[in-house]
Write a protein that binds this ligand. Sequence first.
Ligand SMILES: NC(=O)c1ccc[n+]([C@@H]2O[C@H](COP(=O)([O-])OP(=O)(O)OC[C@H]3O[C@@H](n4cnc5c(N)ncnc54)[C@H](O)[C@@H]3O)[C@@H](O)[C@H]2O)c1
Length: 360
Amino acid sequence: MSSPCPDLDLKPEMPRRLDHGIGIVGAGGVVNFAHLPAYSKAGFKVVGVTDMDRVRAEQTAATHKVPKVYTTLEELLRDPEVEVVDIAVYPWEVPAIAEKVIAAGRPFLCQKPLSIDYGTAARLVQMAKEAKVKMAVNQQMRWDAGIRGTQELIRKGWLGLATYATIQVHCLTNWAVWHSMYAGKHLEVLYHSIHYVDSLRFLFGGPDRVFSSGSRMPDEATEAETRTLSVWEYDSGLRVLIDVNHGVWQDDRYAIFRFEGTEGVIKGTIGLMYNYPTGRPDTLEFMSKKNPGYWHSARHDYLWIPDAFVGPMASLQRAIEDDSEPLTSGEDNLKTLQIVFAQYRSMDEGRVVSPKEVTG
Ligand SMILES: NC(=O)c1ccc[n+]([C@@H]2O[C@H](COP(=O)([O-])OP(=O)(O)OC[C@H]3O[C@@H](n4cnc5c(N)ncnc54)[C@H](O)[C@@H]3O)[C@@H](O)[C@H]2O)c1
């Protein structure tokens, strides 16, 4: 049996003003297929864009009707109309850009992962803190309907004490789109499962210990991991399983989540992972222990791309207005990165690792 659930608020908290000028650094894939469509839908004001490849910047500006193209980052930072900087380049390019943005005193949103090593991320967060510059990281899965709806249900007491949580994604990823990442040492967790790590930490807090095993298909050219199995242990008794495989040639691929607690069960599918990057709306179902066998389902038409991409920018702008911290602040993101790098340490050393072992 199922019934619609009318009162789940899946929308992000929006800024009071929509005219905070946004300057974008990087005019690549994610900016074109996600950031700019999301900002247009939300009514945000994008002032201009810069890219080391001027042609890409010009094409992006023309496609999305962005008024200005800057030749350099310095030119972007000199524009008084730019109130917020949106950095969407690969993580190894971030420090040089972020340092200039911090020196210019501009709040910024940075694509995930913030860095390819914990020490650099911690240094940037410290620099921003000392300069009193607000920074946020684009962990937008927190605003995807399945996760956002789950958080609402947890807040309303549907789950009770969490006992088991899992995200399982068995998909086929075309790594050619991300060839520079494919050539690196770390791949699946650092660039993909970091979303699941951040969302699970957002919902349930950080684990006390993690164990991870990474591998790849026999015919893959990369030295990095493309499939991972990770178990998180909490002293409370909660157990988490993250099971991701990017090399599924079979046609019965799936992307599911399931969260069990003392009072209820929440389960669903991650729509984006069925046909990336188009996606389809997540499903979200939940059952209360008080009414076993009666499944509620949340109905909505939100897509991860573009809808969830409104959340991190809205949160940063709201933090500017209220002089508060964005939900995915740099400081908060360090806790997600601690788990990411604890998982890598676990893979390297074949042992259970505490995220606290990962320090700057
Ligand atoms: N769901 C998500 O949040 C999501 C999805 C895709 C990509 N990403 C992240 O976004 C980042 C960019 O990914 P992409 O797929 O758009 O890459 P991309 O290669 O398509 O685009 C990157 C762009 O940045 C430009 N660039 C690089 N260094 C620069 C610099 N120093 N100054 C100015 N421009 C510079 C490049 O010329 C290029 O146009 C990556 O870190 C990736 O992990 C996140």
